[in-house]
Design a protein around this ligand. Structure first.
Ligand code: PLP
Length: 492
């Protein structure tokens, strides 16, 4: 069978190798397979159809509204892809010398500077490839800092009960004990609860602000003072940066270290563990511990700017191969460059959209209200929220038996991605919405109308949803316990 036939034919392999240009390049006989592997065999058209079909069985930001709270699923501008695929970005080798990578390094350097500026930090590393990895990296820097100043006895990390699960998990991976403090009735930080647990064993406090309830912590500066007075460090979970960028920054709030989720705040296709970037920024006293390499700018004799790699002297070591997820960094750079000085407009629109959606859902017309079995309650009692908000479905569950999960499943039938469910855990039957700045008023109005309409539907219909998706209600526990992660190509 010729290679061309293999490529196009129905029995084909879906790939073609160029013919060797000389005998010297053929694989020695004793290294060749005696039996074909039991891989699925399909022609190129069959493979294209398979993946195109698969792509239509899922929901993505390009197929519809995706209000997944905390995840910041914003539109990914196509220009980002154009830029990241330019040969100067795409065809580089990780081992190429700095002199061959000046363009990419200029982008890295600009990102380091921009991110440091936005967060009020001194030094940024682009190494970590996820928010969670950024958390771990920063907590390790804090740990080394304490060791160096003779305070390695500090082994406790304080987190509020509204924290994202990665916060306690990252601290625990560094070997810290976690102290969880309860939030106040109104969802805010409880400073008395904080005062009761800080001490000379406090290594750090980790805080998300605005919190996962979408509300800004007005007493954050005081919380920082309490922790600093006890000798602890303040860590800022930057997943909610979309709410405050250009308006205020964690440096002003008293934080010592932050992570950025570039794939959230600065767009980038993500989800399902997809590619991301979780750079961290730190204040000067932590800078020497950052993982290498950083990019530094120098001037040569002719006044020409020159970029070089730099390893901080007391670095905790590498947390990622090569230069981190450079593709994600370049996409985020392209995104930010389009906004330029108007970056704060992004946050303004994100906050406006969240408040508008919340207002629309919580204030149905009298006509609609008359048909609704029960209304959810506001999970974050505050006049204004930031870029996301929570609702508790408890009253609806009490009257009709429809849970937050049922509501989320029914929204799939209407062509929406479900909101985040049962997080934060302090709101019972929690649904968490984040529309992001890239949704139009029309899209938000339609979603609010559909959400309210579901509250008027026959509860049985909602409890058995989804009805119109390729896969109906799945047994999530079974799926999580019985993972099938590879094709049975060995025949078992
Ligand atoms: C997404 C998120 C994280 C973790 O970020 P990843 O990039 O998913 O690892 C941490 N905290 C909050 C509040 C988040 O929303």
């Amino acid at each position: 069978m010729s290679d061309l036939f293999a490529f196009n034919g129905a029995q084909g392999a879906g790939y073609a190798q160029p013919k060797p240009i000389s005998e010297a390049f053929t694989i020695p006989v004793d290294l060749q397979r005696s039996k074909l592997p039991r891989w699925p065999r399909a022609s190129e058209p069959e493979i294209v159809r398979h993946y195109t079909w698969l792509s239509t069985r899922s929901h993505g930001i390009d197929s519809g509204f995706y209000p997944l709270g905390s995840c910041t699923m914003k539109h990914n501008p196509r220009v980002n892809e154009r830029i990241v695929q330019m040969p100067g970005m795409n065809d580089l080798h990780a081992l190429a010398p700095a002199s061959h990578l000046q363009g990419l390094m200029a982008i890295f350097h600009e990102m380091q500077e921009m991110l440091a500026h936005c967060a009020g930090m001194d030094t940024v590393t682009l190494q970590p490839v996820a928010g969670a990895q950024g958390e771990f990296t920063a907590m390790r820097c804090i740990q080394e800092y304490h060791r160096e100043i003779g305070q390695s006895n500090r082994d406790k990390v304080i987190v509020p009960d509204s924290a994202h699960g990665t916060n306690p998990a990252s601290a625990a991976m560094c070997g810290y004990d976690i102290i969880e403090i309860p939030s106040l009735e109104n969802g805010r930080l409880d400073l008395d609860a904080l005062r009761a647990v800080v001490g000379d064993d406090t290594a750090a406090m980790m805080v998300t602000n605005p919190s996962t309830l979408g509300i800004f912590e007005p007493e954050i500066a005081e919380a920082s003072e309490i922790v600093h007075a006890a000798g602890g460090q303040m860590y800022y979970d930057g997943a909610n940066f979309n709410a405050i960028l250009g308006k205020t920054n964690p440096g002003l709030m008293g934080f010592d270290a932050v992570h950025y989720n570039l794939h959230k705040t600065f767009s980038q296709p993500h989800g399902g563990g997809g590619p991301g970037a979780g750079p961290i920024g730190v204040k000067e006293h932590l800078s020497d511990y950052l993982p290498a390499p950083l990019v530094v700018a120098d001037e040569d004799e002719e006044g020409e700017i020159w970029f070089d790699w730099y390893s901080p002297p007391k670095s905790i070591g590498k947390v990622q191969q090569w230069h981190g997820n450079s593709g994600a960094t370049v996409r985020a750079w392209a995104f930010y460059r389009r906004y330029g000085c108007d970056l704060e407009k992004m946050s303004e629109h994100a906050v406006l959209n969240a408040n508008y959606l919340r207002h629309r859902i919580m204030n149905p017309s009298q006509e609609v209200l008359n048909q609704i079995h029960a209304m959810p309650i506001d999970g974050a009692p505050a006049d204004v929220v930031k870029h996301e908000f929570t609702l508790s479905m408890t009253p609806v569950k009490d009257v009709t038996g429809v849970t937050g999960k049922d509501m989320a499943k029914r929204l799939l039938d209407y062509g929406y991605m479900a909101p985040t469910l049962y997080f934060p855990m302090i709101v019972p039957e929690c649904l968490m919405f984040e529309p992001t700045e890239t949704e139009s008023k029309d899209a938000i109005d339609q979603f609010a109308d559909d959400f309210l309409h579901i509250l008027t539907e026959d509860p049985e219909l909602v409890k058995t949803a989804p009805h119109d998706t390729p896969v109906k209600r799945v047994d999530e526990v079974w799926a999580a316990r019985n993972l099938i992660l590879r094709h049975p190509c060995d025949g078992e």
